[in-house]
Design a protein around this ligand. Structure first.
Ligand SMILES: Nc1ncnc2c1ncn2[C@@H]1O[C@H](COP(=O)(O)OP(=O)(O)O)[C@@H](O)[C@H]1O
Ligand SMILES: [Mg+2]
Ligand SMILES: [Zn+2]
Length: 506
């Protein structure tokens, strides 16, 4: 045989696409070429494949070798094709029997022929499962990740040497023990660990129930970070499909926990305000998902919100509006999912103590105003709940009383979400926060009890609510009514919603 083909794949966003690796060995001067839109990192495979073949007891054919990666219009990058290329060369040169027609091969080779971890194993295996490919070969390190998909036989190899041996003699790879820490929420992040702050906890319940983004404002040490950290645990547990979706993002980013590849907790990401644009929304020379995608189906926490640059905040608009980010490059664009709840936190002023009951603020009034104004513009349109987080009194901090557990709050959130699922069935809307103007009219304005109309009119006038905050208040009121199990929006629901507007001019 002088021609052979093996199967592999390319990553597009968080999905795998099949790629066939063909090797032809022809006569002519010794050469080794790779064609089919490989980038520079794939070209480097030639050196690794050559050395790996020699160093595992095989012979590297001194002939004219052409490797084609098909289809040619799919962009290919990274060292993941090493294994598929090496096996194709070994089969084409008659050194290994061809039994790979129903097997996809993924892995980077070291010069000594050992197989190395590659990012993206999970999407690749999911691709094989969806396309009826029976088995995969992956580096032994990636076996747990590959097996988490199910439906495909997984072989973990540590060396290229083993491809010459029959499948049956390949070592069984034991899976790591499932870790105990894989529950829905860790105890340290339970709402019950936060003393007092009942009104903030309530706002978080509303945020979780309706998918409303939240901005917390308060002095240092008032518990903003502690509270934000509890938010993922107030959301319904990930469904199996969501869990795979999230794990795909982490796999592509190379951040999956290899011993515990199944993501069972909702993600919580808290990037520092100095983060780069690519770090926040994705990008880089090998496009990787950014923090907004790593927070997919979970919570993105932006602490010290005004410190994030204007460009960073601007970049958040697309994911907040569409639930995804598209990164455009010269050679095509890539889309990553980014459907998350945003929680922002800020001090009220640069020194942190403006309006505090104990410490005096040392900032000039103009500085405070300027600081507050830094958070403005279209991004604010995407934040439905504004909440003050004051310092907790000593009495409360040391008191015996413990509040509700996350589990109790989560039960109410799940019920409210079920009401929304029924309401929006057959549409692309999932939660109240996503309602457009027509939805607001139908599900909020027309559902408002007549007795609540005067309150709405008064709020509009006396608080000077703009049209956008008018809609926001109604959406939040819808969620509060859902939490109460009520179809009509009653006066107390609206009254509570009015309290979550931003103080001062909007
Ligand atoms: N309400 C609270 N209940 C229990 N501990 C609190 C509370 N608020 C603050 N703390 C304690 O103070 C520390 C600092 O809180 P943190 O959430 O970081 O405040 P902030 O983010 O507002 O500056 C927490 O780690 C926690 O130990
Ligand atoms: Mg903090
Ligand atoms: Zn101050």
């Amino acid at each position: 045989m002088t021609l052979a083909a093996t199967r592999s794949g390319a990553l597009v966003g968080i999905e795998g696409l099949p790629v066939d690796v063909e090797a032809d060995i022809g006569s002519g001067l010794p050469a080794f070429n790779i064609v089919g839109l490989p980038d520079a990192s794939v070209q480097e495979a030639r050196e690794r494949v050559r050395a790996a073949i020699r160093n595992t007891g095989f012979e590297f054919p001194l002939r004219r070798i052409t490797v084609n990666l098909a289809p040619a219009d799919v962009r290919k990058e990274g060292p993941l094709y090493d294994l598929a290329i090496a096996v194709a060369v070994l089969v084409a040169s008659g050194q290994v029997t061809d039994r790979f027609s129903d097997t996809a091969l993924f892995g980077e080779l070291s010069l000594d022929g050992s197989l190395r971890h590659i990012p993206g194993v999970l999407p690749f295996v999911a691709m094989c499962a969806a396309r009826g490919i029976g088995s995969v070969v992956v580096p032994v390190e990636d076996v747990a990740e590959a097996r988490s998909v199910g439906g495909v036989r997984v072989h973990g190899l540590d060396s290229l040497r083993q491809v010459g041996e029959p499948f049956e003699s390949w070592p069984e790879t034991p899976l790591p023990e499932p870790s105990e820490a894989g529950g829905v929420i860790l105890e340290a992040h339970d709402l019950a660990t936060v003393q007092g702050q009942e009104h903030v906890k309530r706002a978080m319940e509303v945020a979780a129930a309706g998918g409303h983004n939240l901005l917390m404002q308060g002095p240092p040490g008032s518990g903003k970070t502690l509270l934000a950290r509890a938010l993922p645990g107030l959301l319904a547990p990930l469904t199996p499909a969501e869990s795979i979706e999230v794990a795909k993002v982490y796999s592509v980013a190379g951040l999956l926990n290899r011993d515990r590849p199944l993501m069972r907790e909702r993600p919580f990401r808290s990037p520092h305000h100095t983060i780069s644009h690519a770090g926040l929304v994705g990008g880089g020379s090998h496009i990787r998902p950014g923090e907004v995608s790593l927070a997919h189906r979970g919570v993105l926490f932006l602490d010290e919100f005004p410190e994030f640059g204007a460009t960073a905040l601007e970049a958040l608009r697309e994911p907040l509006e569409s639930g995804s980010v598209t990164i455009s490059r010269a050679r095509g664009s890539v889309t990553f999912p980014a459907r998350m709840l945003l929680v922002a936190a800020m001090n009220p002023c640069p020194c942190g103590y403006y309006g505090d009951s104990v410490r005096a603020c040392t900032c000039p009034e103009a500085t405070v105003t300027r600081y507050q104004r830094r958070v403005s513009g279209p991004l604010l349109d995407r934040i439905d709940l504004f909440i003050d987080v004051p310092r907790v009194e000593y009495k409360e901090l040391t008191g015996e009383a413990t509040g509700e557990s996350s589990e109790a709050v989560r039960a109410r959130v799940v019920e409210a979400r079920e009401r929304q699922a029924a309401r929006f069935r057959g549409t692309s809307t999932v939660a109240n926060a996503e309602m457009g103007p027509l939805d607001v009219r139908k599900h909020c304005q027309q559902q408002l009890e007549p007795a609540a109309q005067p309150l709405l009119a008064a709020a509009m006038q006396q608080l000077g609510l703009s049209a956008r905050s008018f809609h926001r208040v109604l959406k939040v009121a819808r969620t509060i009514a859902d939490l109460a199990g009520s179809d009509p929006i009653l006066t107390p629901h609206l009254a509570e919603a009015v309290q979550y507007r931003r103080r001062g001019a909007e």
